[in-house]
Design a protein around this ligand. Structure first.
Ligand code: FAD
Length: 316
């Protein structure tokens, strides 16, 4: 069976949930192989195997972490040339989209970004994308021998079928161009105990309607174990960091539940959250556009609606 490469998404060896989602998709297409970049593959081997990785290509070359994305693209290109996988899957993100694009150019592969589903078709790899803020569902077939696809987190239900998890160390020859720029330092973001918006099963988001007071939004998020998102209006006002912005110029999320509080539902906001499985909105204006695409709409003041909802959830 043809291999399917999955670039492992991790932070210092801590696997992000989307890696398990990609391995679930990979099993539908062929034999899942994880590509792990960084030290400490032994610590993640069991987890990757538990989610279906038959093989784990491990590259601990420090240049892959200290150089920009071109180095990772070169590693993957060398694996594609050697293994000829049927597909290479990435979690959608700014860096991975660039790696995927470089890889597709280098290997002459077909590229689709931000897929919400991937399946084996009769003529190649079929992908589904939700575009123009969900106005259209686009289905495409990649007929090139290797499909390169970035997949939005939370697009599929994890369905682990354990694999062998055989580790194969990989060396990489990097071009001069790939190592020309080196990262000399990085400043860690202020960490939060809450999950990342792109990973969370539930996102509670606040907009201009909070008037800068996110306490009620955060309290509901905390009882639900949710991430906190924000509209651009809230971010531009300096009420919440850009890393939490949902929308066209922020992050794209597809949680099980999205609760929009004091957010009007502009098309640019919708672009980042409309693939959420269930959408709930709290807004004082019954005519707000967000009510056109919610599953449950509450016309009311978020400062009156959220505290009793938070208290009720806390009792469960
Ligand atoms: P508003 O549109 O002002 O809505 C606030 C809502 O809160 C209103 O509906 C109001 O009725 C309600 N409200 C007020 N008080 C309360 C209360 N006490 N309780 C409950 N409800 C209340 N926006 C994004 O969000 N993400 C993006 O990534 C993004 N990218 C953009 C890119 C471009 C190129 C452009 C042009 C715009 C972009 N925008 C983006 C901006 C977008 O067009 C909207 O301006 C923005 O989403 C509005 O944010 P908001 O809903 O919080 O504010």
């Amino acid at each position: 069976m043809s291999e399917v490469l999955v670039l492992v998404d991790h932070v210092d060896g801590r696997l992000r949930k989307v890696t398990a989602e990609l391995l679930t998709i990979a099993r539908r297409l062929g034999s899942p192989s994880a590509v792990y970049i960084g030290p400490g593959v032994d610590a993640v081997r069991e987890d990757l195997a538990g989610h279906g990785a038959e093989k784990i290509y491990a590259c601990a070359d420090p240049r892959l972490q200290t150089c920009l994305v071109a180095a990772q693209a070169e590693l993957l290109a060398s694996l594609v040339e050697r293994i000829a996988p049927v597909a290479v899957l990435f979690a959608s993100g700014p860096a991975t989209k660039e790696i995927a694009a470089r890889l597709a150019v280098r290997t002459g592969s077909g590229l689709v970004t931000d897929a919400v589903d991937v399946a084996a078709g009769t003529d190649g790899i079929d992908t589904t994308q939700s575009v123009f803020a969900g106005t259209f569902i686009v289905t495409s077939t990649i007929e090139a021998p290797t499909a390169v696809v970035t997949v939005k987190p939370n697009s599929v239900q994890i369905d682990p079928v354990p694999g062998q998890g055989t580790v194969e160390p990989v060396e990489v020859q990097l071009s001069e161009a790939a190592t020309a720029v080196r990262i000399t330092g990085s400043q860690p973001k202020a960490t939060s105990a809450r999950p990342d918006v792109t990973e969370a099963e539930i996102v509670v988001a606040g907009g201009r309607g909070t008037n800068g007071d996110f306490a009620a939004v955060e309290a509901l998020a905390d009882v639900l174990g949710a991430a906190v998102g924000a509209s651009r209006a809230a971010v531009d006002a300096g009420w919440y960091p850009h890393s939490n912005q949902i929308g066209q110029t922020g992050k794209t999320v597809s949680p099980r539940l999205y609760v929009a509080c004091g957010i009007s539902g502009a098309i640019q906001h919708r672009a980042g959250m409309q693939t959420s499985k269930t959408i709930v909105a709290v807004n004082t204006d019954a005519e707000a556009p967000i009510f056109e695409y919610v599953d449950l709409g509450i016309v009311g003041d978020l400062f009156a609606v959220l505290p009793p909802a938070t208290a009720a959830v806390a009792k469960v």
